[in-house]
Write a protein that binds this ligand. Structure first.
Ligand code: SF4
Length: 422
């Protein structure tokens, strides 16, 4: 074979082996949405909107049904409704440069549509009785929830987490615990339920079990060949996001983990004849999951680990110290930390998972989850001797994404891996 000749084999044609637990997950997600819809229409239970990384445990413990608008934002992206809806939010003053979960969700509300209708027959998103945010991920969530607080004239409360921190110190935790406690009177008023620390312990314990199992699911990706892909994980993380703190999420991840361990034992890779193993940093491109997954599959390349799916690993939960451990779990997160911590964290996963190359997704409307912007890929390439690739796109706004260019760049990246000496 001459130098520079294309080394990528013919795209593989084998049909994919589906993850059998998927049907159980779909049922779980359906009952989650249908329960909230019913409760909201009948007034049977109060509904709290919550940001994806908390403080859901407190809300469950106080008897709320918990709805996660970021999950709705991802559904708008995955169903490709988002790009057409974003301009409606732009028209009322929300910039095209801010979070496209926010703009897609507000756009959907203004037009009176939701992907929940086609999926579950639900006519509209549940109206919140209270809106609860945590700025540990970004400020956009506060502005997003504030839109609905004005729209519906309902209470909004939140936690302002320290950001860009290297070490988590005691004063961070003390401050956050005080902030969490500060929300309780409003939540008691809305729910009509008195705060009970023992109930919170039970929920934190369930969240701990859920998140521990989710971590084990993701760690299955370290097996060679890996039994799941990043694209599978973006789907199967649904229960860890919306059902954390409930027993059904624990049961689900036990089932999924057993299936993945069985695949590992039988050496069944999610990508047959796996040749390369990649790490994905940044948000998924929700509207292009299938295309990207197919491209990697065709090149016998598996994206086996990611920062994004790890965002629902909360090692610190501890039912003996529920409030303090919630504060710690939600502050220890990758997105809250500075560049030095982030690099250390990624290095561990990259080494453990036998990664050959790293893809950074620079999502136009989410600087918070785009870690390429301060030279991290270049430093990583030098430090670990690994090829890195930055792709430009967005989580939801497909006007920021060039399919052609991304496809070509990924193809060239994998060819570069092919030519690397073993
Ligand atoms: S972290 Fe990014 S995607 Fe998530 S809500 Fe904030 S801006 Fe949007």
């Amino acid at each position: 074979m001459s130098k520079g000749e294309r080394l990528v084999p013919e795209p593989q044609k084998q049909p994919r082996k589906q993850i059998a637990a998927t049907s159980q997950m779909k049922k779980l997600m359906a009952s989650h949405f249908l329960e909230i819809d019913e409760a909201q229409r009948t007034g049977r239970k109060k509904v709290a909107w919550c940001t994806s990384v908390g403080p859901a445990e407190l809300l469950h413990a106080m008897g709320f049904l918990v709805y996660f608008p970021e999950n709705h934002g991802a559904l708008l992206g995955a169903t490709r409704m988002a790009t057409d809806l974003i301009p409606l939010a732009n028209a009322v003053g929300y910039s095209p440069d801010i979070c496209s979960y926010l703009t897609a969700d507000v756009g959907a509300y203004l037009r009176g549509v939701t992907p929940l209708t086609k999926a579950y027959g639900i006519q509209k998103v549940p109206k919140a009785d209270v809106l609860v945010y945590n700025t540990n991920q970004c400020r956009d969530v506060q502005d997003w929830f504030s839109f609905y607080a004005r729209e519906w004239n309902v209470p909004i409360v939140g936690i302002h987490t320290h950001r860009n921190i290297q070490e988590v110190n005691d004063y961070h935790i003390t401050d956050l615990v005080a902030q969490i406690k500060g929300m309780i009177p409003t939540l008691e008023l809305v729910s009509g339920t008195k705060f009970d620390i023992d109930k919170l312990r039970e929920v934190v314990d369930l969240s701990l079990q859920c998140t521990s199992l989710w971590k084990q699911v993701l760690q299955c990706g370290a097996a060679i060949p890996a039994p799941l892909t990043f694209f599978d994980a973006t789907i199967h993380m649904g229960p860890a996001v919306v059902l954390r703190g409930k027993p059904e999420a624990v049961d689900y991840y036990k089932t999924l983990l057993a299936e993945l361990n069985d695949r590992i034992e039988k050496k069944e890779g999610a990508v047959p004849l796996e040749r390369h193993r990649l790490y994905w940093d940044g948000m998924p491109v929700w509207g292009k999951l299938r295309e990207l997954s197919d491209q990697f599959y065709g090149m016998q390349t598996n994206v086996v680990a990611s920062t994004y799916c790890n965002s629902w690993i909360f090692d610190a939960f501890d039912p003996t110290h529920p409030l303090e451990s919630m504060a710690r779990a939600y502050t220890e997160l990758f997105i809250v930390r500075d560049e030095s911590y982030k690099e250390w964290y990624m290095d561990q996963w990259i080494k453990t998972f036998g990664i050959d190359g790293v893809i950074f997704h620079d999502a136009k409307t989410c600087p918070n989850n785009s870690n390429n912007r301060y030279s991290m890929p270049q430093r990583m390439a030098v430090r670990l001797g690994l090829p890195t690739l930055v792709i430009h796109g967005d989580l939801n706004d497909l006007r920021c994404y060039s399919e052609e260019q991304t496809r070509t760049n990924i193809e060239a990246f994998v060819e570069q891996l092919d030519q690397k000496p073993a």
